[in-house]
Design a protein around this ligand. Structure first.
Ligand code: ADP
Length: 622
């Protein structure tokens, strides 16, 4: 019996063993696969959960920075790492720097460096992301690649993955996760996960960039609005002050019967008008510069004479403030040079009048003009305008050549000025191929320096200028003075000119200015009338003064028609007289057939110079 029982048990065990063996043999592999699939599904679920959580969190009006950090936090938690970060490429400096990070607070990690690491061909990140378009993966501490800690600047990283982020087809930067304790055997699914998270976060980055651009644009708009307001209020002050003087002094003169007082008022009106003209010219120059339409012309001129004109202009103020003004000129400077005389004079006048303005009474001003070098036909001239005035502090110096900037607001209130002069001067000097700089210290005076290379002139000098001081500089002008017997009353006595000008007050000004010359002047109120008067009596006029903007027919049309008449019409000197004073305006006048251009407001001296040239054949001395 016992034997039977034992045999049955033995057979049962054998059958169970066989069944188990057979079952295990047949189903072991599918089981293993099923488990792997379940694990993969679980991972995918996790990924999907993370991505869903990420994208869900993006649909929020929270601050984008907060949303990005939340996304990094989710990444840390779901990937079971201790830090996630975003580093952005700065394509101007070719560096990559961490901009956002989230790390497990329990780990108390040092924040990632915000200083950009190099991002150029040959570097580890560049090669991985740009050259190979890959993720960067380090599985088992930095020994695997010692450059990683160096590149990340994050000591203690044992394992990491960094995936590239592309925004609008451009490499934006990288998203990374780090492990600091022990290595980590990353799976393919981990880098897949990071790639997905990196592409999911792109929309947030675009939003962050758009917000950043918006903030910048707003700040810029506010700044430019502020600058505009400041500029308008400064300009309003700069223009109203002389206007106030003109109107006030005119009223005083009108109500006065005292000749001396009237002359005084007229002097002040003249001064204020010239100042106003200077402000207007500065504004026009600056707007030309900003529109990129500021051009220079080039002609040969007498260097000493130009310098004299400049120094004459500030002489009055220098005397008024009892300042000591010394001019030192290198005897090697050529007497004649080729450049834009008017613009060079404008720069020097600006520097000298600033020196006078910002130097107290009895202070010193030096204008030094030296040869800094000479090569072939070019000579480099160095101008130094040195004053013992209020000086400029170091931080203010950097802003001086920026338009509308003045050293400080209180200076603007004390001394006035538009803050445009130095910006214009710098532009002119640079257009001439030169440079301008300043050395100054607050309270210790200033030294403005210009260095420009000018071409030597060919014609012989009118005057020889040598080492000069103020006294002998003023003598250089003598050649221009009209000899005593050649007074304006008799030299033009038999001359006759035609004046084409539509504005009555402008006609009146020319007639009054030329009254003492005894020139016969016929007036036309527009171009058509000028053409008619001239063609009726072509031999009568030895010169035509031609306004440009006129009704019926403008100055260009009238000039072309007069030239087309032939005979006297082809040769009669025609001088444009217009408030359009830019280089292209002058060129347009010449192209229409005019001989010269005179700017408005009219400079009496200039007008007489032209009349002497065309009516008497006196050569012009420049
Ligand atoms: P403006 O004199 O019309 O205001 P500028 O551009 O010529 O404009 O000068 C800008 C500013 O530079 C001045 O307002 C003044 O603050 C400073 N500055 C210029 N020249 C001097 C100088 N020689 N000494 C002291 N400050 C100066």
């Amino acid at each position: 019996m016992t034997f039977v029982i034992l045999v049955v048990i033995g057979i049962s065990i054998a059958v169970i063993g066989c069944v188990y063996f057979l079952t295990f043999r047949h189903f072991r592999e599918p089981l293993r696969q099923a488990r792997a699939t379940a694990a993969a599904l679980e991972k995918r679920l996790l990924q999907q959960e993370l991505l869903a959580a990420l994208t869900q969190s993006f649909i929020s009006s929270d601050d984008t920075g907060v949303l990005i950090r939340n996304a990094l936090m989710m990444l840390v938690m779901s990937m079971k790492v201790i830090r996630a970060s975003l580093a952005r490429l700065n394509s101007e400096t070719n560096t990559i720097a961490f901009e956002y990070e989230w790390s497990d607070p329990k780990q108390q990690l040092d924040p990632l460096p915000r200083i950009g690491a190099r991002f150029i061909a040959g570097d580890i990140f560049y090669d991985t992301f740009i050259t190979r378009g890959d993720v960067y993966l380090a599985s088992n501490n930095p020994e695997e690649d010692p450059r990683i800690a160096e590149t990340l600047g994050s000591p203690g990283v044992k394992a990491c993955i960094f995936a590239p982020i592309t925004v609008y087809g451009q490499f934006w930067g990288v998203m990374g996760i780090e492990q600091h304790t022990g290595g980590r055997d990353w799976k393919e699914s981990d880098s897949q996960m990071l790639k997905l998270a990196a592409s999911a976060i792109t929309s947030l980055l675009i939003r962050a960039e758009a917000e950043e651009a918006l903030v910048k644009a707003k700040e810029l708009a506010e700044l430019s609005n502020q600058a505009k307001t400041n500029f308008l209020s400064r300009m309003s002050h700069e223009m109203r002050t002389p206007m106030n003087a003109v109107i006030g002094m005119t009223t005083i003169a009108q109500n006065s019967h005292d000749m001396e007082k009237m002359t005084y008022c007229l002097g002040k009106i003249n001064e204020a008008s010239l100042h106003l003209l200077g402000v207007i010219n500065d504004i026009l120059d600056m707007s030309k510069i900003e529109a990129g339409k500021f051009d220079l012309s080039s002609a040969e001129f007498d260097f000493g004479r130009m310098l004299k004109r400049v120094t004459d202009m500030i002489e009055f103020k220098v005397n008024e403030k009892h300042q000591d003004f010394i001019i030192r000129m290198d005897p090697l400077i050529p007497a004649r040079v080729i450049a834009d005389e008017q613009r060079l004079a404008q720069v020097l006048t600006n520097l000298l009048s600033n020196a006078v303005k910002f130097t107290p009474e009895e202070g010193n001003i030096i204008l030094s003009v030296r040869m800094a070098g000479s090569k072939d036909n070019l000579c480099t001239i160095r101008f130094d305008v040195i004053d013992s005035g209020i000086g400029i502090s170091e931080d203010q110096i950097s802003r001086l050549f920026t338009p509308f900037e003045q050293a400080d607001g209180s200076i603007a209130r004390r001394f006035g000025g538009t803050g445009l002069g130095l910006a214009i001067s710098k532009n002119i000097v640079e257009l001439m191929g030169g440079k301008i700089w300043i050395e100054s210290e607050s309270g210790k005076g200033s030294n403005f320096t210009i260095e420009i290379s000018l071409e030597r002139g060919k014609a012989p000098a009118g005057d020889k200028l040598r080492l000069i001081n103020r006294e002998n500089l003023s003598q250089t002008g003598k050649a221009e003075e009209v000899p005593a017997e050649d007074t304006l009353e008799n030299i033009f006595a038999d001359k006759s000119i035609l004046l084409a000008e539509d504005v009555e007050i402008n006609r009146e000004i020319v007639l009054s200015l030329l009254e003492e010359t005894a020139i016969t002047i016929d007036c036309a109120e527009n171009g058509l009338e000028a053409l008619k008067l001239f063609s009726e009596n072509p031999g009568k006029y030895q010169l035509i003064l031609m306004d440009i903007h006129m009704p019926e027919m403008d100055g260009y049309g009238a000039t072309r028609s007069i030239r087309a008449l032939g005979g006297e019409g082809a040769t009669v000197p025609i001088i444009a007289m217009t408030a359009n004073v830019f280089k292209e305006d002058v060129e347009r006048c010449l192209a229409a057939g005019m001989n010269e251009h005179l700017g408005k407001p009219l400079d009496f001296e200039e007008l007489i110079k032209r009349l002497r040239k065309y009516l008497l054949g006196v050569p012009e001395v420049s």
